[in-house]
Ligand binder design. Structure first.
Ligand SMILES: C[S@@+](CC[C@H](N)C(=O)[O-])C[C@H]1O[C@@H](n2cnc3c(N)ncnc32)[C@H](O)[C@@H]1O
Length: 317
């Protein structure tokens, strides 16, 4: 299948692989959840596979992307004769269980995550995620809540800054950068992406990779990305019916590790490691991808942003 461009805003990664992974069925009621709707590139193709009576739920923490997705899905619905019920939710996927319960849904047959940011976040200056353009140093997917990247830089303790840069950016110069941020912000607070870029250029003499790692670390910290992913995945596994699938596309090793470990944990009968088991944990999943699925060379050439993508799929037993 030809990989689709969404009005040149975002190209969906591993599209056919995700459709196959989610495995919409003809002979049962499908309740499919897209935790990271983005511009609905994956969603619109999944919806085409679904039947009347099925339910599709899409989450996005970013209100603007959710609006774009709504428009796109309206077009899909008018083109598709038999469409499922579509529910779109402006929420972090951390609140998956609560939000689904609010809509009367307590079990699902498939769920997927396409992590990282959409291309819109990088390509539009006011989306604030990149040092390539000037914009407010914000980085929140949901601009209604939480600390911004500027807040973290301007008000965190040095030890906390060091932890963020080391854990989320795996940045070798974390200690030095954290110390310099503390002295630099006494003179001038960080406000824009350019303030941070200039600081890294002048104070750290940084390589582009350092900039990428620092921006990544801040984005992960601002959005609580790793913690939210783990909690949401566990809830997702709880909600999935037998034979239902969970698929996750990740874009860096920290995310992939969480996906891999969270899925693996649920393939074990005991997770306490005591000589005599005291956890009574029973396995509930079968991992279908021994190794993660990667984009083909063709996809990587067409869409260089797909290069770091990895997809893992598991099935509830
Ligand atoms: C890579 S894009 C998804 C692209 C989409 N699959 C497509 O094909 O158009 C990721 C989206 O997830 C959203 N997002 C990231 N973290 C989220 C979270 N914790 N909860 C809800 N949405 C999130 C972002 O705002 C972004 O729109």
């Amino acid at each position: 299948m030809e990989v689709k461009k969404d009005e040149n805003l975002h190209t969906s990664v591993l599209l056919q692989e995700l459709i196959d992974g989610v495995a919409v069925k003809e002979d049962r009621k499908n309740v499919i959840v897209d935790c990271t709707l983005g511009l609905a590139g994956h969603a619109s193709e999944i919806i085409k596979m679904m039947n009347p009576g099925d339910i599709f739920v899409g989450f996005d923490a970013d209100e603007r992307n959710l609006k774009l997705a709504k428009q796109k899905l309206k077009q899909t619905q008018t083109k598709t004769q038999s469409s499922p019920e579509i529910i779109l939710i402006h929420s972090n996927f951390l609140y998956l269980k609560r939000e689904l319960q609010n809509h009367g849904i307590d079990s699902i047959t498939g769920i997927y995550y396409d992590l990282w940011v959409s291309s819109v976040h990088f390509d539009e200056a006011d989306r604030w995620f990149s040092f390539r353009m000037e914009g407010p140093l914000d980085m929140r997917f949901d601009t209604n809540t939480g600390k911004t990247a500027a807040d973290i830089l301007n008000y965190s303790e040095e030890t906390e800054l060091f932890r963020i840069l080391r854990e989320y950016g795996e940045e070798p110069h974390s200690r030095k950068i954290a110390a310099r941020v503390i002295s630099s912000r006494k003179e001038k607070k960080f406000q824009t992406t350019t303030d941070l870029k200039d600081f890294l250029d002048t104070e750290i003499n940084s390589h582009i990779k350092t900039k990428m790692r620092v921006f990544q670390a801040l984005r992960i910290a601002v959005n609580g990305e790793l913690e939210n992913l783990e909690t949401s995945l566990r809830d997702a596994i709880d909600l999935i019916e037998s034979w239902g699938r969970v698929c996750a596309i990740s874009f860096h090793s920290l995310e992939d590790r969480i996906v891999k470990q969270t899925l693996k944990r649920e393939t074990r009968d005991c997770i306490c490691r005591d000589m005599i088991c005291s956890c009574w944990h029973t396995r509930s999943l079968k991992v279908l991808t021994k190794k993660p699925l990667l984009p083909t060379e063709e996809e990587q050439n067409k869409n260089p942003r797909s290069r770091s993508a990895k997809m893992r799929i598991a099935e509830k037993i």
